[in-house]
Design a protein around this ligand. Structure first.
Ligand SMILES: [Zn+2]
Length: 333
């Protein structure tokens, strides 16, 4: 009997050493601990033994049974833990957080796409500018009252942070002879209060076309195409008389309100119209200032605030949201 027990123990050890998975574990349980298993049949064999030996072997078989049962349970548990740390290729992956362009960059890209499609090329200039380029060459002498509108940040006498992108037009016209067909996108600075419609740093885009025989009709046509491209074919537009020292005649471009369709709402101040920007024919004095003959050449110029366009396009009522970097706002674009 003792020998049989020893053989069975060895057999169990060999079987346990070969366990690879839960199925082989279960096979061992059935083989040794099952109702018709080897341990139970050993119990049957001790029935014919004398009482003393029955007790001793009965105890030993019980111990073997308990040990094996515990061993099988702990191995089963270790398989369960392993399973949870295994990689499940069928689980959906974690979506990485992907960034995107800022709404102002998107608007810039759209504007640049429109103008380059019509043959304009992109020109850039310095953000720290001489008084000459920012004002004087643009027909605003030192004592010109229109300078007040530009609320400029001066660094020192005759040097300032440009308050519009027009100085780039002067820089290009000084170097290049007509035909000139450029757009000047860029950052501008004014000491306006930081409120819902003003920011001390903002963006503009301007277009300039100078050549022989350029007329106001061409400008009006281009503005029509511009409005259709940016706000859809149903949007109406009108040109209103205006004044800028560097254009003559000057106009203001307005479009039918994209929110209320011209019926009148809070965004358009119940007028049904939204102002987009200024335009006009380049003033003859500006051409003279850059040594282009106004007798031979003429040109048109137009300019607008990029924030203003983005606010109308995306129905945003506060310019500050572009600069607050609140991810909840930016994620919407
Ligand atoms: Zn409206």
């Amino acid at each position: 009997m003792e020998k049989q027990l020893k053989i069975l123990k060895d057999e169990i050890q060999t079987s346990l050493a070969q366990v690879k998975d839960k199925d082989t574990l279960e096979a061992i349980r059935i083989k040794y601990l099952g109702r018709k298993g080897k341990i139970n049949s050993l119990f049957k064999e001790i029935a014919g033994l004398p009482l003393e030996q029955k007790k001793i072997f009965g105890n030993n078989i019980n111990m073997l049974k308990n040990e094996l049962s515990q061993e099988l349970n702990s191995r089963l548990n270790s398989f369960k833990t392993k399973t949870t740390t295994e990689i499940d290729l069928l689980l959906p992956g974690k979506v990485p957080h992907i960034g995107h362009l800022h709404p102002l960059s998107k608007t810039f890209n759209e504007l640049i796409t429109f103008f380059t499609n019509f043959g304009f090329s992109v020109a850039t200039g310095p953000e720290v500018e001489y008084d000459w380029y920012n004002f004087e060459a643009l027909n605003m002498a030192k004592d010109h009252p229109a300078r007040d509108m530009f609320s400029s940040f001066y660094i020192k006498k005759d040097l300032l942070l440009r308050s519009h992108t027009s100085p780039t037009q002067i820089r290009v016209m000084e170097k290049q002879k007509p035909p000139i067909k450029i757009i000047c996108p860029g950052r501008c600075y004014r000491y306006d209060a930081f409120d819902a419609s003003h920011a001390p740093v903002f963006h503009q885009i301007e277009a300039l076309y100078v050549d022989e025989g350029v007329c106001f009709g061409e400008l009006k046509w281009l503005l029509g195409e511009f409005v259709k491209f940016l706000f859809g074919p149903k949007t109406k537009y009108e040109l209103r008389p205006s004044f800028f020292p560097f254009t003559e005649p000057s106009g203001e471009l307005a479009i039918s309100c994209t929110i209320c369709d011209g019926a009148g709402c809070a965004v358009c101040g119940k007028t049904g119209w939204l102002e987009l920007g200024g335009c006009g024919m380049v003033h003859p004095q500006v051409l003279k200032n850059v040594k282009i003959s106004p007798k031979k050449y003429s040109g048109y110029a137009l300019g607008m605030g990029v924030e203003r366009i983005a606010m109308i396009k995306y129905v945003i009522d506060d310019i500050r949201v572009f600069f607050n970097n609140d991810i909840r706002f930016l994620e919407q674009f």
